[in-house]
Design a protein around this ligand. Structure first.
Ligand code: HPA
Length: 247
């Protein structure tokens, strides 16, 4: 089975993995990756089929906020490249900064702001072109399929921060001023690494909550996980409609 597409599942989106008919399961430790200890991040690769689509699934990821380096946080992407993956879909849970992008909806990444202060390409003269990280062609297809399904799909800029604490209202106002629509603590380094390896990249944020200061609610990780679970159902339909089936 030739499997060239992978999906990385973010917080609360692990239920996507339940829909995959698993042929092979490889734990992060077995693959030589650091193991995450955050609730909602299991830490394994699956090879299998989802709605007749052959797929690699990376369930869980390694975050900077756990004390890992940019290299460690992107080891999964390099491992997938070694398995022959050339197309990668990065998903995450994010806070929404856009007044019209409601929690519970998905936002496809048109671009990102890497505000982590680091890069997986550090250490070499990697003056890499980043003018189109998230494939315009692949995004066109997703937009069209979401439209056909009647699924609301926003598009915007994701700001990737180190965390682990959520942002202050002042930080959120700053992020809005510099053009962010959503904020989270992952994805940007993986996107840089995937792009540098020549992969076609797509990113989706599950908007789990209003960013700090945009509602009177306090942020909590459990709520992020629960909203992610509900929205995962929509993403399953979109992927089933948009990814090529086997044979
Ligand atoms: N901020 C940062 N990361 C997040 C958020 C948020 O509001 N929601 C989910 N991940």
């Amino acid at each position: 089975m030739k499997v060239d597409t992978a999906i990385v599942l973010g917080s609360g989106l692990g239920s996507l993995a339940n829909e995959v008919c698993v042929e092979k399961s490889i734990g992060f430790a077995e693959a030589g990756l650091p193991v995450s200890h955050v609730a909602g991040h299991v830490g394994r690769f699956f090879l299998g089929q989802f709605a007749s689509i052959p797929l690699w699934v990376m369930q869980g990821r390694v975050h900077l906020y756990e004390g890992h380096s940019a290299q460690a946080a992107t080891a999964g992407v390099r491992w997938l490249a070694e398995q022959g993956v050339t197309r990668i879909i990065l998903t995450n849970a994010a806070g929404t900064l856009h007044p019209e992008y409601l929690p519970g909806r998905w936002m496809m990444l048109s671009d990102h702001l890497n505000l982590t202060g680091t890069s997986p390409l550090e250490g070499g003269p990697n003056f890499f072109d980043m003018s189109e990280v998230y494939s315009a062609e692949w995004r066109d297809l997703m937009r069209k399929k979401a439209n056909e399904l009647g699924m609301p799909l926003h598009e915007g800029v994701y700001a990737g921060l180190r965390g682990p604490q959520y942002e202050t209202p002042a930080e959120i106002r700053m992020l809005r001023a510099i053009g962010a629509d959503a904020v989270g603590m992952s994805t940007v380094l993986e996107a840089i690494q995937a792009k540098a390896l020549g992969m076609e990249v797509l990113g989706f944020s599950c908007l789990t909550n209003w960013a700090a200061g945009m509602s009177s609610d306090e942020l909590n990780h459990r709520e992020v996980l629960e909203t992610g679970k509900l929205a995962a159902v929509q993403m399953l339909s979109l992927l089933a409609a948009a990814l090529p089936q086997d044979g």
